[in-house]
Design a protein around this ligand. Structure first.
Ligand SMILES: *Cc1c(COP(=O)(O)O)cnc(C)c1O
Length: 353
């Protein structure tokens, strides 16, 4: 493999791969040999590089530590049975990170830096991508403020990096979720639609509390009335009531998930009834009580589709028994078959690396 293009590449001397057991990894704890780095300074983007993964010296005054001016993305590279590697709709992640950056007053990342950076990193570390169906290379672009100045204003300089982490097939056991009514993750005019780093810290308290009660995740409701169900912390949500799939429309408060969009399009393509509309906690709980709430599932890059086992609301708890023709399983299969190049891709979603 020849180094190519304008990205300067410094390879590791010795790969850590031979000493890494890819069959036994905790999500997000093992990183590949290299990372992509590009800085924005003096009003322009500097030459991008791929360097060995490792510590980055930063000053304590770096703005990101004080004001959280940071946004990120989450995506995956998938290996098919011939060893070919694909990204999935990466242009959606580029658009989203630049919408997030806009909201946090950060300059846009040039398309070539994002796309070529991803491809070059995946290419140089392609041996790290597990080849089992369901496993993947999780890619984490992160973009943050690096001015060494503690004045509370937008930074003048930034760093954009991409790191990569091999991930096995996602399994979490039985997932129970709780409808949250006290805390909120997002509000009108806020940053909920952005993958802003601080959005996640803001969820930890409520999530930790719910975990003590045996739940895995929170279902966030609208911050104003707590009457409408919105999304989970890192997943959009789908509710199957009767035979109709319902998901909330994206907004200021709800993140525009790539998986969510793909599921809606797949469902429509296969003529499954799907509605994108607001739905209330009451509608969900009434459907549960009437035995019409057939399924709930989350959608997100990490888990693809995550079936929910039970839902808690105030003092009530409902357990769901997924029907044999589970929409979650069907849609997950259709999506993964496209991601892993097992079927034709009528939407043009796969991008070969
Ligand atoms: C990342 C994320 C999702 C899922 O988005 P995908 O593009 O499908 O991975 C959903 N909700 C929130 C809040 C997220 O941060």
């Amino acid at each position: 493999m020849k180094d190519k293009g304008p990205i300067k590449i410094t390879r590791v001397k010795d790969s850590r791969l031979p000493h890494t057991d890819l069959s036994d990894i905790k999500f997000g704890t093992i990183f590949t040999d290299h990372m992509f780095v590009a800085d924005f300074r003096d009003g322009k983007w500097q030459a991008p590089e791929i360097v060995p993964y490792g510590p980055m010296p930063m000053e304590p005054a770096a703005k990101v530590f004080h004001y959280g001016q940071a946004v990120f993305e989450g995506m995956k590279a998938y290996k098919d049975e011939h060893g070919d590697v694909f990204l999935f709709r990466p242009e959606m992640n580029l658009q989203r990170i630049n919408r997030s950056a806009w909201r946090l007053a950060m300059p846009p990342i040039p398309e070539a830096y994002f796309m070529e950076g991803l491809k070059a990193l995946v290419d140089i570390d392609r041996d790290w991508i597990p080849s089992e169906y369901g496993a993947s290379l999780y890619l984490r672009p992160v973009y943050f403020a690096i001015d060494n100045e503690i004045a509370a204003s937008a930074s003048g300089s930034y760093r954009f990096i991409i790191i990569a982490s091999p991930a096995k097939s996602y399994y979490t056991g039985e997932v129970k979720v709780k409808i949250e009514e006290r805390f909120s993750r997002a509000c009108n005019g806020g940053v909920g639609f952005a993958k802003a780093a601080g959005n996640y810290a803001a969820q930890f308290l409520a999530t930790e509390r719910a975990k003590k009660e045996g739940y895995k995740q929170i279902i966030w409701t609208d911050s104003k009335t707590h009457e409408f169900v919105e999304e989970a912390g890192t997943m959009n949500l789908f509710f199957r009531i009767g035979d109709t799939l319902i998901t909330a429309p994206t907004s200021d408060r709800i993140l525009h998930g790539v998986t969510r969009d793909s599921i809606i399009r797949l469902a429509r393509y296969h003529k499954m009834p799907v509605e994108v509309r607001r739905l209330t906690v009451d509608e969900v709980m009434d459907a549960a009580r009437a035995d019409q709430l057939k399924e709930i599932f989350g959608s997100g890059t990490a888990a693809t589709v995550l079936p929910i086992k039970g839902i808690g609301y105030r003092e009530e708890y409902y357990e769901l028994n997924p029907p044999e023709n589970s929409y979650a399983n069907l849609l997950k299969q259709m999506l993964m078959d496209i991601q892993y190049n097992r079927v034709p891709d009528p939407f043009g979603w796969r991008v070969k690396v």
